[in-house]
Design a protein around this ligand. Structure first.
Ligand code: ARG
Length: 461
């Protein structure tokens, strides 16, 4: 039986199932690197402050580095009896270097230690997620640039509304990702606060130097209240919320990719590398990757709600409930990273069927608004213009014609204000390029949106 660091107060061993039930080592072992990094800096601070001897610190730091190598090499046996990553590392340290290993935990508690580990870990993960987001944004920009000029139908209610540039549609997702990046980056500010030094809850009686620890570990701030330091998980919840929004965006994009790649739309072709077949229907090519990302959105929402519910009504300060913060957090990180990674690879491999998009855009009277706007410019009140064009569309449906196919006489039967120049307003290009203000779908507007986005990503704006 492994000796537990808190054995002193107990006369009976832990029930075997309770040991298993309360242990977190099965999942918190992924924090090992941060646990060791934090411990080494903590030991250095203790020595600087004269709380432990320099030689003791050297022995501790060397022992911890060996443990790190061991874990990295896969030769470390994690013990459930030692509950969590913190006690596993500490117990092994003492095994290796003797009783001096027991000095590492001076002026520290697992409560501030675990808060430190999660923050260090999440900080790295967020930085990685930001890099993935950058990659995906660039993939979108490349596609938007490559297919500039391709016209597709824009939809409201999933009904053809007005023609738009395919690139403009892609750039809408660019904007969503841009906000996602801002949210993750903003969250980093609150992740990057040092909790170590909070002790179990009330601080510590030792003359520690928290500012040194913060500097060494790259924290921008030192936590201002020890109770809050050990009991705050806002930063993880905020991260979970930013992740939920990101996944919601990806799920919308996925839904469109699924629709667009269907035989009914045929706007795009997804690369075979991102699809699978059916075991029974030989003709099938299923958009599994977008479907799966759409589906995974649910677990990220679930993890957010799990974290919020976990923290709800918890009295100050640390409570064992909080050990349950890790699995939802880790699952969100893994899901988001996996989804972004595959998405960034999938986007460049999307084949665009410009002909199909164009013919869909040309159908469905997508330039009807342009005729109405034309009449308004000729002095008709918008409501009357709307009425006249509504009747024109009804006539077109009866005649089986699209608007550009009407003769001038036919047009004029709905409003005498219509003249021959109407034909310059009902083409797809005219309709798209008429929307030239900032944020509109005109070629020049989209081109400058792409250029601005590129400058922003390159940090040259
Ligand atoms: N494994 C624990 C967790 O993840 C570490 C902190 C335990 N602290 C305690 N006093 N039991 O929350």
């Amino acid at each position: 039986m492994t000796e537990k660091p808190w054995q002193g107060r107990f006369s009976q061993p832990t029930d075997a199932f309770v040991e298993e039930f309360t242990a977190s080592i099965g999942f918190d072992q992924r924090l090992y690197r941060y646990d060791i990094e934090g411990s080494i800096v903590h030991a250095r601070m203790l020595a600087r402050q004269g709380i432990i001897e320099n030689a003791e610190m050297e022995a501790i730091a060397a022992g911890l580095k060996e443990i790190l190598d061991q874990i990295e090499a896969g030769d470390f046996e994690f013990s459930v009896a030692l509950e969590d990553i913190h006690m596993n590392v500490e117990a092994r340290l003492t095994e290796r270097i003797g009783p001096v290993g027991g000095k590492l935990h001076t002026a520290r508690s697992r409560n501030d230690q675990v808060a430190l580990d999660i923050r260090l870990y999440l900080r790295d993960e967020v930085r990685e997620i930001l890099a993935f987001l950058d990659r995906l944004q660039r993939a979108l920009l490349d596609q938007a640039e490559k297919h500039l000029g391709v016209i597709m139908p824009g939809f409201t209610h999933l009904q053809t509304a007005q023609p738009i540039l395919f690139s403009h549609h892609l750039m809408a997702y660019f904007e969503m990702l841009r906000r996602d990046r801002q949210r993750f980056a903003e969250g980093l500010r609150r992740i990057n606060v040092l909790p170590l030094g909070s002790g179990a809850l009330a601080g510590t009686t030792f003359p520690i130097d928290r500012e040194f620890v913060a500097r060494e570990l790259g924290f921008d701030e030192v936590g201002r209240n020890s109770l809050d330091g050990v009991s705050d998980r806002d930063f993880a919840i905020e991260f979970g919320a930013a992740a939920a929004l990101l996944m919601m965006h990806l799920s919308r994009f996925c839904e469109e990719l699924i629709l667009w790649s269907s035989a009914e739309f045929s706007f795009i072709e997804l690369s075979d590398a991102f699809c699978t077949g059916s075991s029974i229907m030989p003709q099938k090519k299923n958009p599994d990757v977008p479907e799966l990302i759409r589906g995974k959105t649910g677990r990220v929402y679930g993890n957010l709600v799990a974290l919020l519910t976990l923290m709800k009504s918890l009295p100050l300060a640390y409570n064992k409930d909080m050990q349950e913060d890790k699995e939802p957090l880790f699952d969100t990180i893994d899901t988001v990273k996996g989804s972004l990674k595959v998405f960034a690879a999938m986007v460049p491999a999307i084949g665009v069927r410009a002909d199909r998009m164009r013919s869909a855009a040309a159908a469905g009277f997508s330039t009807a608004t342009d005729v109405a706007d034309y009449l308004v410019r000729k002095g008709l009140p918008f409501r009357e213009a709307h009425e006249a064009v509504g009747k024109t569309v009804r006539y077109c449906i009866e005649q089986g014609k699209e608007l550009p196919a009407l003769t001038l006489e036919e047009f004029r039967s709905f409003s005498p204000k219509i003249e021959a120049d109407i034909y310059g307003h009902v083409t797809l290009e005219a309709s798209v390029n008429a929307r030239a203000a900032t944020g509109g779908t005109a070629l020049a507007a989209v081109q400058s949106a792409i250029e601005r986005a590129r400058r922003e990503l390159d940090g040259t704006s």
